[in-house]
Design a protein around this ligand. Structure first.
Ligand SMILES: C[C@@]1(CC(=O)O)C2=NC(=C\c3[nH]c(c(CCC(=O)O)c3CC(=O)O)Cc3[nH]c(c(CC(=O)O)c3CCC(=O)O)/C=C3\N/C(=C\2)[C@@H](CCC(=O)O)[C@]3(C)CC(=O)O)/[C@H]1CCC(=O)O
Ligand SMILES: NC(=O)c1ccc[n+]([C@@H]2O[C@H](COP(=O)([O-])OP(=O)(O)OC[C@H]3O[C@@H](n4cnc5c(N)ncnc54)[C@H](O)[C@@H]3O)[C@@H](O)[C@H]2O)c1
Length: 256
């Protein structure tokens, strides 16, 4: 056998994913403080939220979401028929009634709908985590049920170490990647695209990425091909290192 070593398995973790709930129907049961946080997370992920909770128990933030029609609202207690809509992709409960919570969970399992029952870890298909958000950047910390407050503390510590412009830099990288896909759309170009984008991310400073204009992006994309990525300064001066020369035009540069 060869001398290859592979990572040891360390069970007991969660599979951390970035669930794409955009335009998908999510049912929230309960309208208190916990629900307010859940609804905010869902709306920030562009989900279509349906809320079931009696009006008199709504927390002010949830009432605001309802009044501004940010959620579809049903002023009532949960009933099993609320789960009949096959479009429901996820159910979140945050209610102060453990028996009602367990009933929702059992029905979700019968219908194979993924659910989170706040405060009842054994009745959760997934846990929430403590999340830092900066534009397109999200960092989630999970302690896998061991210490939610510790997740909050770790998340805030991580966030404090991040450069303030990291989200803006990632936004620019996203725009550049989109333009690159237009310039070099083919699947066969995938490895080349990935190598080039990796170089840009590694070589450019966050400040330069933030500063990059549409024009800078178009100019930079002219270096796609040769194995050299000019710096922002070189782009602005109209010159680049190595064999690649920027001729100042908006067309393709020549490799000499
Ligand atoms: C991260 C966060 C996300 C969110 O909910 O959005 C979240 N809980 C947060 C806060 C928080 N929750 C609680 C406290 C009081 C202090 C404390 O207990 O530590 C505080 C602190 C506070 O309020 O500041 C009470 C609590 N929570 C759970 C139980 C039941 C139990 O443990 O059995 C009990 C009652 C325990 C008891 O009765 O003693 C269970 C869960 N809470 C989770 C997530 C999941 C595991 C995440 C993980 O392990 O990382 C899990 C398993 C299921 C779930 O709900 O998804 C959010 C912080 C967001 C932020 O501020 O950044
Ligand atoms: N996981 C966490 O992070 C975390 C943190 C704190 C509290 N909790 C737990 O989450 C739950 C909710 O906490 P909260 O502070 O939001 O409570 P809350 O009392 O502020 O809100 C409960 C809401 O549920 C509604 N409700 C009650 N029964 C209902 C039913 N049958 N159908 C529809 N709606 C119903 C109430 O009208 C109210 O709007 C509690 O069990 C609490 O212990 C979890």
């Amino acid at each position: 056998m060869g001398g290859a070593t592979f990572p040891e398995i360390e069970g007991g973790g969660s599979l951390i994913l970035a669930w794409q709930v955009k335009n998908k129907k999510v049912l929230v049961v309960g309208g208190g403080e916990v629900a307010a946080g859940r609804i905010l997370n869902l709306l920030n992920a562009d989900a279509k939220v349906t809320l079931i909770s009696p009006r008199d128990g709504l927390n002010p933030e949830v009432a605001y979401r309802v009044d501004h029609e940010q959620v579809e609202y049903h002023d009532k207690k949960f009933e099993p028929s609320d789960l009949d809509d096959p479009a429901i992709t996820m159910v979140l409960t945050a209610i102060d009634d453990p028996e009602a919570s367990s009933r929702v969970w059992k029905l979700c399992k019968e219908k194979r709908i993924a659910a989170n029952i706040a405060d009842v870890p054994p009745e959760c298909d997934f846990y929430f985590g403590s999340v830092h958000r900066d534009g397109p950047l999200q960092i989630m910390v999970s302690t896998n049920g061991n210490g939610p407050k510790m997740a909050n503390i770790v998340r805030r510590r991580i966030a404090a170490t991040l450069p303030p412009n990291i989200g803006a830099a990632i936004t620019k990288v996203g725009a550049l990647r989109k333009k690159l896909r237009v310039l070099a759309p083919g699947d066969e170009q995938g490895p080349k695209r990935m190598k080039w984008m990796t170089k840009v991310c590694v070589q450019w400073t966050l400040e330069d990425l933030c500063e990059m204009s549409e024009q800078d992006m178009d100019d930079l994309l002219q270096s796609f091909g040769p194995d050299v990525v000019p710096s922002l300064e070189e782009l602005k001066l109209g010159e680049t290192p190595g064999q690649w020369q920027f001729d100042g035009s908006f067309g393709w540069a020549c490799v000499i």
